[in-house]
Design a protein around this ligand. Structure first.
Ligand code: AVI
Length: 323
């Protein structure tokens, strides 16, 4: 028998109680949903790393080779003495390409919610780029946060938001993110964004339904996390990964479908599932160069450059904020 952890509210950290209330709220809604941000516990982050190496998952490979191919052009948008601010920096792997191409940069500000990761990454960057000031900030990139004084004092700031993470936001959230970035970076700023493009459904469906089943594991890991952290009773073999391109809404949707009628307990609540009922776990919006430019224009960012690969699978787009 599986031991089910009891709900112990007084011992919970604020993060756990937000996770718990978000999960309960999502599972009580019709249709059921869970926020995609909760995919990224330690196991989920490792699974995502494996996704980026899958033959079917083109975005990471495409973006990295574009950053390498167009580094010199992109670096022209980074003026002397500028501070590069990366939103959701993680491993800074992509920023390193820009840092090497733009030696006139004065500072690099990696911003991420995970303090441990950016502090460790910052130490390595200081070693590899000894002339660069590396000024990590721990913050939620969707909320207002303060830049370090040295970055505020730079003649101009350049934002960097690669990985098509913007595609995991609802369009109104993407627009709120762009507005927040403008407020943080200030007048005269440039923003460089990596965005996955609208393309034939077969390519998208294959990218989110890989043959090795890694994306399925990544999706199902959310239930493992709920079981472990919230004492949930999800049986993983009774749920199945579903991912498909929704042409009308220009997004890949991921769901977890219950294979049978069942009850699941989470944090003292009992959730009923019909056979075939799904939990909507992620949207990955795909844009055209024009549709992202329209969204950005709406909050004051003017398009100043756009690069795509030969297949037009992925784009890197640059914007300027006049203020
Ligand atoms: C992180 N994000 C841009 C990925 C995407 O493609 O939307 C997350 C992902 N989900 C399934 N595969 C990858």
């Amino acid at each position: 028998m599986v031991a089910v952890a009891r709900k112990r509210i007084p011992q919970q950290s604020p993060e756990t109680s937000t996770f718990e209330s978000d999960v309960i709220e999502g599972l009580r809604s019709t249709p059921k949903s869970l926020p995609a941000k909760y995919f990224y516990d330690a196991a989920g982050s490792q699974l995502f790393e494996r996704i980026t190496e899958l033959p079917e998952y083109y975005p990471t490979r495409c973006e990295i080779s574009m950053l390498r191919d167009y580094a010199a052009d992109i670096a022209k948008l980074i003026p002397q003495g500028a501070a590069l601010v990366e939103f959701g920096s993680g491993s800074s792997r992509k920023a390193r390409i820009l840092l090497s191409a733009a030696p006139k940069l004065a500072a690099y500000v990696p911003v991420d919610i995970c303090r441990e990761m950016i502090e460790q990454e910052a130490a390595e960057l200081r070693r590899d780029f000894p002339q660069l000031k590396v000024l990590p900030v721990t913050a939620d990139i969707c909320k207002p946060f303060d830049l370090p004084d040295e970055a505020k004092g730079a003649p101009v700031r350049v934002g960097f938001f690669p990985g098509s993470t913007i595609g995991n936001f609802e369009p109104h959230e993407a627009s709120a993110f762009l507005r927040n970035a403008a407020n943080i970076l200030g007048a005269g700023a440039t923003l460089i964004v990596g965005v996955d493009l609208i393309k034939p459904a077969e390519v998208l469906n294959a990218a989110y339904n890989d043959k090795a089943g890694v994306t399925a594991k990544f999706n199902l890991n959310l239930l493992t996390r709920i079981n472990r952290e919230l004492g949930g009773t999800f049986r993983l073999n009774t749920f199945e990964h579903h991912a498909f391109y929704n042409r009308e809404r220009h997004r890949v949707e991921m769901h977890l479908a219950s294979l049978k009628r069942q009850k699941v307990k989470v944090g003292g609540e009992t959730i009923d599932f019909r056979a075939g009922e799904t939990i909507h776990t992620e949207n990955s919006y795909k844009y055209s160069v024009e549709s992202l430019a329209a969204l950005a224009r709406g909050v004051g960012w003017l398009p100043t450059g756009a690069w795509t690969d030969a297949h037009r699978y992925f784009s890197i787009q640059a914007f300027r904020f006049a203020g």
